[in-house]
Design a binder for this molecule. Structure first.
Ligand SMILES: O=C(O)CCC(=O)C(=O)O
Length: 352
């Protein structure tokens, strides 16, 4: 390179002076702000690198499929340890539920059974509405009344969804346990323990579960209909906008749904974005990461690893059973919680 003796720099500096683009010496405050901005921007680059590298190293744009259940070793080695989802076909062919469960069967066996049903005006239970995080109205009704609503034989306002996640299948619907299994043997062997909960889900196409994550390893089995999942790996956390919302619950009064604030004034951190229709003007960072979408059909099981963000909707009337196995609080959890803290810290600094 030709030695210009610093002339280039001198010229450039001189022209800047002539153009008046040299500002007054920076105040201490300005220097701090510039340094903070530079640090924030390199942190953002690190977050981008994290999300991109996960996709390059071990994730794929589509959820892979297995035509048969894995052995416990394969499952643990190829999916649980790398925290990678998979759809498994023929994983529960032995469940009598696949052949038996239908509206007439439920009517015959469970017509007087009392069910807890989540009722909302728009199908969104446990979701953000305006400034609130709104829980559904929980209504008790007979299975038969719920089936009437599912079949459109009963004039009711709102969307009805059986989605109580307290192991409702083994606790409240014991009559149905003989139609499934209380665990998935190869998964229980891989995890070293039985599931914490076995949940029963039943609802129509308007019922939606808003984006969230759980500390469970989730084995999600579709019996009827189809479930549509929008997924993000935990490494996308910096791109998923959270807000703080005051808790409330829906209540139908004289045929109209009201949002009733929680009397104790709890606030809930929840994901602000609807991934079906993301508001990228408000949350532009969400547009930087690709969604991973999949549809799970009858007889198929989705392994949804712990800490993955998921939004769930359904085609037609859908019946499903899922198994929640508590996750290991290992280094994956440890790294994820450090990432959450970094993201929160960045947003606190960003608000200053
Ligand atoms: O099926 C659904 O609507 C939601 C399932 C879900 O969010 C879960 O199993 O964690």
């Amino acid at each position: 390179m030709m030695d210009t003796g610093g002339k280039e720099n001198a010229d450039t500096d001189a022209s800047r002076c002539l153009n008046g683009s040299f500002s007054q010496p920076h105040s201490e405050q300005e220097v701090v702000e510039e340094e903070e901005e530079a640090a924030m921007s390199s942190l953002e680059d690190c977050f981008r690198h994290l999300a991109q590298e996960a996709r390059e190293l071990y994730l794929s744009p589509e959820v892979p499929r297995l035509s048969h259940p894995p052995t416990p070793l394969e499952f643990y080695r190829d999916y649980v340890t790398p925290n990678r989802p998979v759809i498994i076909e023929n994983a529960f062919n032995d469940f009598p539920a696949l052949a038996k469960w239908s509206i007439p069967y439920f009517r015959e066996r469970l017509q007087h059974k009392i069910l807890t049903v989540a009722v909302t005006p728009n199908g969104y239970a446990d979701a953000v509405c305006g400034d609130h995080f709104v829980l559904p109205e929980e209504r008790e009704m007979t299975f038969s009344s719920f089936l009437d609503i599912m079949e459109g034989n009963s004039e009711q306002k709102g969307v009805y969804y059986v989605q109580k996640q307290n192991s409702n299948l083994t606790l409240d619907l014991k009559e149905l346990v003989e139609d499934i299994r209380e665990d998935i043997p190869w998964a229980s062997e891989a995890f070293g323990h039985k599931p914490d909960a076995v949940n029963f889900w039943m609802g129509g196409r308007e019922a939606v579960t808003s984006m969230h994550k759980d500390h469970y390893e989730n084995l999600y089995c579709v019996i009827q209909g189809a479930k549509k999942f929008i997924l993000h790996p935990p490494t996308d956390r910096p791109f998923i906008p959270y807000g703080s919302y005051s808790q409330a619950a829906y209540k139908e009064v004289d045929g109209e749904f009201q949002i009733v604030p929680d009397p104790e004034g709890h606030t809930v951190p929840w994901i602000a974005i609807d991934p079906l229709n993301p508001d990228l003007n408000r949350y532009p960072k969400y547009g930087e990461v690709d969604q991973i979408r999949c549809t799970v059909h009858p007889g198929e099981m989705l392994y949804l690893p712990s800490l993955w963000f998921h939004h769930v909707s359904q085609e037609d009337q859908t019946v499903a059973v899922n198994y929640w196995y508590d996750m290991e609080y290992d280094i994956k959890y440890n790294y994820f919680s450090a990432l959450e803290k970094m993201v929160n810290c960045k947003s606190t600094i960003g608000k200053r």
